[in-house]
Design a protein around this ligand. Structure first.
Ligand code: NAD
Length: 440
């Protein structure tokens, strides 16, 4: 069994950072090593967790609308399945690489373990710019990708979900192609589908909802009544807009929001319900900001300025690597809740920890997405849909349960929230490996 060793926070020279953003694989390996250094985990188990169980590389030929054929590369990295089937997104993006898929699959292992879901981590994708494809081409690409992955995915083996560049429609095509080949309708092969074919209500809002729930719990814990709490949210997409609106509904004052072009700031609070989210109307924050004059309140501000606002809670919910060694000393929030995946680099994390800023890690904060994916999988297996109220109630209780387990670890081991999350996750995965043993 694993036991916790106490250790002091590592110092800055140990984490000196070049200006290059770190890759998902580098981050995942560093985090595993850091968690392992604090825990008494069997070395043979650790060695297994440093490597993915498998990485599948496939070529995906696509007939373009003009009749020409283009061949794309696709991946599916499967990290660890000791606690259950592999689970993780499929992204369509020109920067998809094998290593990125491996790193993100490791992240998914920890995220599922933090939430105590019976899944292990996976991630995959196709190296393609989806904006270059027509809808028909995207459908043909997805169906062929489903065929290429057919032997390695399935409701009991590996369950993909939407990610960057993919959406519920992509999952619908994938599910249909898989089901056609299997000869029966198998909704549980993917999650994040449209509800009409077995998708779950509440799946789309779930990551933002979980960000809001853990923000609320953390504020309560550190004695920040929501009614007196100011929040800045970077990114006004699925995660950022849903989190901002819920927090505002629950009484917090959202003083700043942004999109890719910049943001708006009003110390008296912004009516976040009045600004369309990225899905509802892309770059609506930009248009809102464009209508403001220099003397107006709210006023415009850049994404860099938003990150450095003197607020109680900062929610980076846009992209990775936005809080780095270069700006970590200027972060003025007391609490950072990671809505995006990997918004804080390893070096920045150390600086924030030294400065006493509480960082609630992504593997807890935005895990509402994979948690409602788990609910979707259960609904698919049982062929019984849950009402939205039930989804939200169960998400609430799962998030509070997971948050409480981390809070207990923070108190017990006197570590940061991120270290607590990795300790809890690694301990659960390692215990499962030790209990099952190595076969043969
Ligand atoms: P989205 O595409 O719906 O919205 C992204 C928002 O961020 C938009 O408002 C966009 O304008 C803004 N943005 C893009 N680039 C930016 C930049 N350089 N600086 C500032 N803002 C920028 O995306 P989303 O689904 O909300 O995802 C946001 C983050 O959350 C990503 O890191 C994603 O991986 C992570 N995440 C998403 C989900 C999910 O299911 N949607 C689940 C877990 C984690």
């Amino acid at each position: 069994m694993s036991s916790q060793k106490r250790s002091s926070p590592s110092n800055r020279e140990a984490t000196a950072e070049s200006s290059d953003p770190e890759t998902a694989l580098e981050t995942a390996r560093r985090q595993l090593d850091r968690a392992a250094a604090r825990l008494d985990v069997d070395d043979t188990v650790l060695e297994r967790l440093r490597h993915p169980a498998s990485v599948h590389e496939v070529t995906v030929p696509l007939e373009r609308d003009d009749g020409s054929v283009e061949v794309f590369t696709g991946y599916r990295a499967q990290h660890d399945s000791v606690r259950g089937p592999f689970k993780g997104g499929l992204r369509y993006h020109p920067d998809v690489t094998r290593d990125e898929c491996v790193g993100l699959s490791m992240w998914m292992t920890w995220k599922c373990a933090v939430m105590d879901l019976p899944f292990g981590g996976a991630k995959g994708g196709i190296v393609v710019d989806p904006k270059r494809l027509s809808d028909d081409e995207t459908e043909r690409l997805t169906r062929r990708f489903a065929q290429e992955l057919r032997d390695v995915i399935g409701p009991k083996t590996d369950i993909p979900a939407p990610d960057m560049g993919t959406d519920p429609q992509t999952m619908a095509w994938l599910m249909d192609a898989y089901s056609m080949q299997e000869g029966e309708t198998i909704p549980g092969v993917v999650t994040g589908k449209p509800p009409v074919i077995g998708g779950s209500y509440g799946r789309e809002e779930a990551p933002g909802r979980s960000v809001a729930i853990v923000t609320r719990e953390t504020c309560e814990y550190y004695d920040y009544p929501l009614s007196e709490t100011t929040v800045a949210v970077q990114g006004f997409g699925s995660v950022g807009a849903n989190a901002a609106r819920l927090l505002a509904d629950w009484g917090a004052t959202v003083v700043a929001v942004s999109d890719v072009n910049g943001g708006v700031y009003d110390p008296d609070g912004i009516d976040v319900a009045a600004i369309p989210s990225h899905d509802e109307e892309p770059e609506a924050v930009t248009r809102f900001a464009a209508g403001l004059t220099e003397d107006d309140s709210p006023r415009r501000l850049s994404n860099e300025e938003l990150l450095e606002l003197d607020v109680d809670v900062l929610v980076p919910a846009a992209i990775g690597n936005v809080i780095t060694a270069d700006n970590a000393d200027a972060i003025a929030a007391d609490i950072v809740v990671e809505g995006a995946n990997g918004p804080t680099t390893f070096a920045a994390d150390t600086i924030l920890e030294e400065r006493g800023i509480h960082v609630i890690p992504d593997i807890l904060a935005n895990a509402g997405g994979v948690t409602v994916s788990y609910f979707e999988w259960l609904q698919d297996i049982n062929r019984r849909a849950w009402a939205l109220e039930r989804v939200n109630e169960e998400l609430e209780s799962e998030m509070v349960r997971a948050w409480t387990a981390l809070k207990d670890e923070v108190e017990r081991a006197d570590v940061s929230w991120r270290d607590a999350a990795y300790a809890v996750a690694l301990e659960r995965v390692a215990e499962a490996h030790e209990a099952r043993g190595l076969w043969p």
